[in-house]
Design a protein around this ligand. Structure first.
Ligand code: KIV
Length: 291
């Protein structure tokens, strides 16, 4: 067993315990996406702190063109599956595009479904100051919220595309203001996507809640990566912030091609992959056929 795995059963971290990690200043928080029971089971065994059922499920697994096509039912379906695989890990469910922007009431109703039907422990939504009211309302309903600032994939197409945010004075100031708004509204964690490392470090120092970075440098309180990216499942996606820990796309391609070749050549299945008929049964069948 690798020394990176964790065999001892762990208690699921509550939002308050995750928030307290800011004060503890222990090891950085480890968050990873997972969308089904199998991956969730494995990442729980590896000892991650938080599983995020991200709306990235739309582009990574569901074949959608963008995360805006992901529905609340999609996220509930995948969160329930992840929960079955990882009963001992804090699971955060992403609030998909269109499920929280309209009003506080809509946001609370969607968050309730993610907790009750999806069995998540917390929810995440995109947007800083302009989502403060929704964060406040969901938190007041007793549901822990994770903010998400910097690059916001759900609305990026209408605001400059998938590029680094915070490289101008105005953008950097806006990101600091977003971070403060998210924290003051009651979020227990703040994800920062694709912002300069120095800015992420400033935000991290300014906030009393932990920050989780993706493309935001090492100065955050934790990191998140999309599981299919870190496993190397899609070589066409290669952003600068990604570190691949495995190269599964070519490994899977090679394995499936070998399987197909073996079936076509008759090399698979071999005798050891099948089940033999007891001799007495074979003899009985033969005598029946002779009659
Ligand atoms: O949907 C997702 O996977 C995310 C992470 C990139 C933070 O929001």
């Amino acid at each position: 067993m690798s020394d990176t795995t964790n065999d001892t059963p762990r208690a699921r971290l509550a939002a308050a315990q995750i928030r307290a990690r800011k004060q503890d200043a222990g090891a950085p928080l480890v968050m990873i996406t997972a969308y089904d029971a199998q991956h969730a089971r494995i990442v729980e065994s590896a000892g991650v702190d938080i599983i995020l059922v991200g709306d990235s499920v739309g582009t990574t697994l569901l074949g959608y063109d963008s995360t805006t096509q992901v529905t609340l039912d999609d996220i509930i379906h995948h969160t329930r599956a992840a929960r079955r695989g990882a009963p001992q890990t804090h699971i955060a469910a992403d609030m998909p595009f269109g499920s929280y922007e309209v009003s506080d009431e809509q946001a609370v109703a969607s968050a309730v479904r993610l907790i009750r039907d999806g069995m998540a422990d917390s929810v995440k939504l995109e947007g800083g100051a302009r989502m403060a009211s929704q964060i406040r309302a969901i938190t007041a309903a007793g549901i822990p919220v994770i903010g998400h600032i910097g690059l916001l994939p759900q609305t990026a197409a209408g605001s400059g595309g998938m590029r680094v945010r915070g490289r101008t004075v105005e953008e950097a100031r806006a990101i600091l203001a977003d971070a403060r708004a998210v924290s003051e509204a009651g979020a227990f964690l703040c994800v920062m996507e694709m912002i300069p490392a120095e800015l992420a470090q400033r935000v991290t120092a300014a906030l009393s809640i932990p920050t989780i970075g993706i493309g935001a440098g090492a100065g955050c309180d934790g990191q998140v990566l999309v599981i299919t990216d870190l496993l190397g499942m899609d070589f066409a996606f290669s952003p600068r912030f990604l570190k691949r820990y495995a190269e599964l796309e070519p490994a899977i391609l090679e394995a499936v091609a070998r399987y197909a070749a073996d079936v076509r050549s008759g090399a698979f299945p071999a005798a050891e992959h099948g089940f033999s008929l007891p001799e007495a049964v074979a003899r009985a069948l033969e005598s029946e056929e002779r009659q």
